[in-house]
Design a protein. Structure first.
Length: 281
């Protein structure tokens, strides 16, 4: 399924950018012209998107040859040469912006994730991504989080049950929601983990009383409330903190002993890493 989604994404981006032709290149460069380009890191960071770039080059023109010098997940420094690519100039120029758009965004996410991971060093807590992703780019953005040292939460609505506040309110409360989920999974023959979001202490007590779930999300709990909740849960289920947690408060929550901290900003509020593709003489 993932490979199919990536292929669809690449096909869509090519149609979006090239349309009926790259008239800038076709109007001033001979079709048979061959060339070489190099990718340059213009900032320090964590590299991501190399494997996707290779698929874009191949989709544009299977005759493009690539020489990779730095792999996905590696730390890069300003001035590093990431790869060389050789082929028809028309093809290289058609692929240039698509490759950079993907790799710059992915590397930005990986770099930001690595900063969060560094803040958690020495604790048991892992940083999680969320579903707050760019439509059509979820796999790429979640893969970037992984390459930056983070952990992927569920990929979508299909691979985990997560009962948030709206589910609970529409279902008539935590107990009713959880019992309905258990019956549903049994009827459908599905083996999915169940996570429940709790908004206050009474909901936490209720979800632990009902039981049968694997993780509790402590939503918008203060640091002190989180510490007390972790002690109360005492390892009966996994714990996840969420809601308004920043890189500056991350460590405080981690030191409460939570297993995970989910951070939507990893994918929806990032700065792309500056990379460029340059022609070689």
């Amino acid at each position: 399924m993932i490979n199919q989604l990536i292929d669809q994404f690449i096909d869509t981006t090519i149609r979006e950018d090239i349309g009926d032709g790259d008239h800038s290149s076709q109007s001033c460069i001979p079709e048979s012209e061959q060339g070489k380009m190099f990718m340059l890191a213009k900032e320090d960071g964590i590299l991501a998107g190399v494997e996707i770039a290779l698929r874009i080059f191949a989709k544009i023109d299977s005759g493009i040859k690539t020489e990779i010098h730095i792999k996905d997940g590696s730390a890069i420094k300003k001035g590093d040469i990431i790869m060389h690519v050789t082929g028809k100039v028309w093809s290289l120029l058609q692929a240039e912006r698509l490759v950079l758009n993907v790799m710059q965004r992915m590397s930005g996410i990986a770099t930001r994730t690595a900063e969060y991971v560094a803040r958690l060093e020495g604790t048991q807590t892992r940083v999680l991504d969320t579903r707050k992703t760019t439509p059509g780019m979820r796999y790429l953005e979640k893969e970037s989080v992984r390459l930056g040292g983070g952990v992927n939460h569920r990929m979508g609505l299909y691979d985990m049950v997560m009962l948030k506040d709206n589910h609970i309110d529409f279902a008539g409360g935590i107990e009713k929601a959880v019992l309905k989920v258990k019956n549903y999974l049994t009827e459908k023959g599905k083996d999915l983990k169940i996570e429940v979001e709790v908004r206050d202490w009474s909901e936490l007590e209720e979800v632990l009383r009902v039981g049968g779930i694997q993780r509790v999300m402590l939503d918008n709990f203060s640091v002190e409330e989180t510490r007390k909740a972790v002690e109360f849960i005492n390892g009966r289920v996994e714990t996840e903190s969420s809601g308004g947690i920043t890189i500056d408060t991350l460590r405080d929550y981690a030191e409460c002993g939570v297993d995970y901290i989910s951070v939507g900003a990893l994918t929806h509020h990032i700065k792309s890493l500056d990379l460029s593709l340059k022609a070689m003489d």
